[in-house]
Design a protein around this ligand. Structure first.
Ligand SMILES: [Zn+2]
Length: 133
């Protein structure tokens, strides 16, 4: 196979049949004193979820207090490793972003009658997800 042909094939495969590949940006995670700071603004935009919702999930999962500032920076009380935080964020994406029917990341989070519902824009599925206390 000629190089050009190969390149073309690779580019085609990369594009896939369904538009862009889903590759959420990894947020910066750092420890400052006894706190963990996570810069989740870019990620939140990419996955179309509010930073506050991601923060609530992390606080719940890590059983730690936390807050979000206006620039989308999450501060969690306690020192948590980057690996742990990214693992939790991956779980969040699986639970609250990826459609359970067809695996599409193209979903919306809605509030219907006090329930949090995930609606898939690809296959139309709608299902409730647990509320984070
Ligand atoms: Zn779907």
């Amino acid at each position: 196979m000629e190089y050009d042909e190969m390149l073309e094939k690779v580019l085609k495969e990369k594009k896939g049949g369904k538009g862009e590949r889903f590759m959420p940006p990894e947020p910066d995670v750092g420890q400052v004193g006894q706190k963990t700071v996570i810069n989740a603004e870019e990620l939140a935009k990419y996955i179309n979820r509010p930073v506050v919702h991601i923060a609530k999930y992390l606080m719940h999962e890590l059983t730690a207090p936390g807050q979000v500032d206006e620039s989308g920076k999450i501060t969690i009380g306690g020192r948590f490793s980057r690996r742990i935080v990214l693992e939790k964020i991956n779980n969040y994406i699986k639970e609250y972003v990826i459609c359970k029917q067809d695996g599409s990341p193209d979903t919306q989070m809605l509030k219907i009658d006090n329930n949090t519902v995930i609606k898939c824009l690809a296959c139309g599925a709608e299902y409730p997800v647990g509320r984070i206390k």
